[in-house]
Design a protein around this ligand. Structure first.
Ligand code: NAD
Length: 513
């Protein structure tokens, strides 16, 4: 499907209806304006909202009021509500994808995929996630039954990232709602109107007042939200720096469950027997889709040096031919970065790479797109022929940090052992993809890589909603995405049911008979 016209009604300035609290649109009485810019067309901002941290208090109160009835509703009723939400999203599929493309600069084809994944997530949650929290019954003793029952946590605070502003929060609030929680969702500050559209879908679906609330804003709103006493669980997706801030803010609140999905420094390992053409294509898509702004982007290619020439002959022409353009221009593969700060961080990374001795095979840097002023950059490729020679000094920024831009570092190695060591030698542990024709090699390597996702002969991006998602080390804890997100929405209650009469031998010695 081609994108809607750039001059059509979907590209008009968006109007802020207010925060969605207790089933109503509530316009903040105070607070600062927050402009949602179109990173692909800075001359035409998407619109402006008002950021009022105090709105959080009313949203949490509404969610707490709605909780007893919603948690007591039958599974069938909650499932029907989710299906109505799914239908509402389906009706607004094109406007929602357009809003994602405008607010965060995601190319149209990726924005449509994001919305379709959200739609699919409803059925995945009902069919595959829900059975994971069905009661579990065990025989404890004759006529004594043990049951593990899962209860909803209560009010969930969901903090969304900029790069998947609809699908990732939904992968948390859908299981949250299905298991009987009420929600306060704070979308990314880069995508407040995507949040508003999701609230409108919840309203259209007839979710009871207070069950799903949305408050616009940035870090100050998020910080106030997580501290609210009625918030029982925090589900966060974002950078490791913010995740650490959240952990620090909540260290006193031992009662709150804090689940963090953070960044990655993912690698594609290309072994000596790999299908090099396939590896080059998958690595290029993994590195440059959404301009590298994915937690599972391919940041590193760890390449057996015997295949280096063949691989680079395949890979570099692909990089040179990627189409950079406005997200709504048909045929655009790669749009802009999300913000001015993201461009600055990307350019700083390029400078550090050179300082640290990497060879710029493709130097990257700012790009221009005819007819638009935006945060456009070119893809970059850096080569490190002798990984052992990289300076492992005090600031290994380029080697170990998530750049979150269209850059890939290629490391040449002599052996599979060296490839595995390099893969693991970063603070993150999200995805490794392995290119080899040998299943045995794949099995052996997959046991030794310290990552939460391992792909065979496919790139690092493109996960399945039917599997868990999340990583080791600084990539996060608790896996609050993918199939297992549902575990962060409930807590287990152990129930012992005893149908035995009181018998003398069960009475402890010394206890009055
Ligand atoms: P970010 O950390 O800047 O912001 C994430 C969210 O946290 C936003 O809603 C933000 O407003 C909020 N926030 C900021 N400060 C806060 C505070 N003090 N208290 C509470 N909330 C606060 O991240 P981003 O730039 O929006 O997203 C990009 C990052 O997200 C990357 O690191 C990427 O790898 C990661 N990410 C991870 C996954 C995953 O599943 N592992 C998926 C998508 C994105």
């Amino acid at each position: 499907m081609s994108p809607p016209s750039k001059k059509g009604p979907l590209m008009k300035v968006a109007l802020f209806r207010g925060n969605y609290i207790g089933g109503r649109w509530v316009r903040p009485s105070g607070g600062a304006p927050l402009v949602s810019e179109d990173p692909g067309d800075l001359a035409h901002p998407v619109g402006a909202v008002r950021e009022d941290p105090s709105a959080v208090d009313a949203a949490v109160a509404a969610a707490a009021r709605a909780w007893p009835a919603w948690s007591g509703a039958s599974f069938a009723r909650r499932r029907r509500a989710l299906k109505r939400f799914q239908q509402a999203v389906r009706r607004h599929r094109v406007p929602l994808a357009t809003m994602i493309a405008r607010e965060v600069g995601k190319p149209w084809w990726e924005a449509m995929r994001e919305v379709d994944r959200l739609i699919a997530r409803v059925d995945e949650t009902v069919t595959y996630a829900w059975p994971r929290v069905r009661p579990l019954t065990v025989p404890v003793a004759a006529r004594v039954r043990g049951i593990c029952r899962y209860r909803p946590q209560g009010v969930l605070a969901i903090l969304g990232p900029c790069n998947f502003p609809a699908h990732i929060p939904a992968s948390q609030f859908l299981p949250g709602l299905l298991t009987g929680n009420t929600i306060v969702f704070k979308p990314s500050e880069f995508a407040p109107f995507v949040g508003q559209m999701l609230a409108a879908c919840a309203q259209e679906a007839g979710l009871p007042a207070g069950v799903f609330n949305v408050v616009a804003g940035g870090g100050a709103v998020g910080a106030r939200l997580i501290e609210q006493p009625a918030v029982r669980a925090v589900l966060f997706t974002g950078s490791v720096a913010t995740g650490r801030r959240i952990q620090q803010a909540l260290w006193r609140h031992a009662n709150k469950s804090v689940a963090l999905e953070m960044g990655g420094k993912n690698a594609a390992l290309v072994l000596a027997d790999a299908d090099v053409r396939l590896a080059a294509r998958e690595a290029a898509i993994g590195a440059y889709a959404m301009a590298g702004q994915r937690c599972n982007a391919t940041s590193r290619i760890i390449l057996h040096r015997r295949r280096a020439t063949r691989f680079l002959d395949e890979f570099l022409p692909l990089v040179d031919r990627l189409t950079i353009g406005h997200p709504m221009t048909p045929g655009t593969f790669m749009g802009p970065l999300v913000s001015r700060a993201a461009v600055a961080k990307y350019r700083a990374a390029l400078a550090v790479a050179r300082r640290d001795g990497y060879e710029p095979l493709r130097p990257g840097g700012p790009a221009s797109v005819a007819g638009y002023r935006g945060h456009y950059v070119r893809p970059s490729v850096h080569l490190c022929e002798r990984p052992g020679s990289i300076r492992k000094g005090t600031a290994p920024f380029y080697r170990t940090s998530e750049i979150f831009g269209p850059d890939v570092a290629i490391y040449l190695v002599r052996s599979t052992d060296e490839a595995i060591a390099l893969n693991n030698d970063v603070p993150y542990g999200l995805v490794t993809s392995l290119f080899t024709r040998s299943r045995r090699a794949f099995e052996a390597v997959s046991r030794r890589v310290d990552t939460g996702l391992v792909n065979w002969n496919r790139g690092t991006i493109g996960s399945s909603g039917l599997l868990p998602f999340g990583g080791t080390k600084a990539s996060g804890n608790q896996q609050p995405a993918g199939l297992f997100a549902i575990h962060q929405c409930v807590y287990p209650v152990a129930v012992l049911e005893d149908e035995r009469p009181l018998v003398a031998r069960d009475i402890p010695p010394g206890f009055p008979a």
